[in-house]
Ligand binder design. Structure first.
Ligand SMILES: CC(C)(COP(=O)(O)OP(=O)(O)OC[C@H]1O[C@@H](n2cnc3c(N)ncnc32)[C@H](O)[C@@H]1OP(=O)(O)O)[C@@H](O)C(=O)NCCC(=O)NCCS
Length: 229
């Protein structure tokens, strides 16, 4: 396989991605930045308060939308640190001027761990589920996982989450029965997709519009504690 040239612009700049496979004019995949903290937190609340689509189960990812953590604080901290550590990316789906979905990938092992592990999680509002958007977001995250400085990429869910297991299967991820137990949270996954073959996604077709960063925050300026991972 030819050498892969990482592009640090995915971490040092903000960006919008469109996918030739989903040419709808009002559909964009955008890097989540501290500028969208309020919109992101509204999305998290909305997603948590609404019943899941019929075909889907409650979200249970290790990168979860739990009331017990501060999603905005986590995202801001990861955004700032990722500019130099290249260990995390948050993406949201913007459809018809609405924030309808979110995917995240970030390192879950302590700094300097070997091997380092990054986890992928994904969540869509119920009304846009079942239209192929979850699968495209997963494909995009798999492509972007090639840019992330982590030795291993993985994802996880609960056995009863048929939708997550279906999209994982549809992009070729292999299940294992490993249980992921997080102290303080209990079992967060009893189906794992370990050692994901991210190299297969290096040629995923996407159009990237890089922008200069519009946010210049220091971690020390953030007063929201990181409560999750
Ligand atoms: C899991 C989730 C991201 C899936 O996204 P989605 O947009 O609903 O799924 P898609 O429409 O992209 O479906 C992709 C494929 O999975 C199949 N699929 C999706 N849900 C399914 C289900 N419940 N049962 C069987 N197949 C299903 C689709 O038919 C499609 O198959 P194809 O590739 O052969 O056409 C979404 O349902 C969601 O946000 N659920 C709540 C949060 C959650 O559980 N997140 C996962 C934890 S990390």
């Amino acid at each position: 396989m030819s050498p892969f040239q990482k592009d640090e612009g995915f971490f040092t700049k903000d960006w919008t991605i469109t996918l030739p496979s989903r040419p709808e004019p009002n559909l964009k995949y955008i890097r989540l930045t501290p500028n969208e903290t309020a919109g992101f937190e509204r999305f998290v609340e909305e997603a948590a308060s609404r019943p899941a689509a019929k075909s889907s189960n409650t979200e249970t990812s290790p990168v979860g939308l739990k009331a017990s953590f501060e999603p905005g604080g986590r995202m801001q901290k990861m955004y700032i640190e990722s500019q130099t550590q290249h260990h995390a990316l948050d993406v949201f789906i913007y459809l018809d001027d609405r924030f309808v979905g979110w995917g995240a990938m970030y390192e879950i092992t302590p700094p300097f761990s070997k091997p380092s592990v990054a986890n992928i999680g994904i969540k869509l509002l119920p009304e846009v589920q079942g239209k192929g958007l979850g699968k495209t977001l997963m494909q995009l995250l798999l492509r972007l996982s090639n840019e992330v400085d982590a030795d291993i990429i993985e994802a996880g869910t609960m056995k009863e989450n048929a939708s997550m297991r279906a999209i994982a299967k549809s992009v070729g991820l292999v299940e294992s029965d490993k249980i992921n137990f997080v102290p303080g949270r209990g079992v967060v996954a009893d189906v794992m997709f370990e050692n994901i073959e991210r190299e297969r996604w290096r040629d995923f077709d996407m159009l990237v519009e890089l922008r200069e960063k519009v946010v210049e925050l220091q971690v020390s300026h953030l007063n929201t504690p990181l409560l999750d991972n």
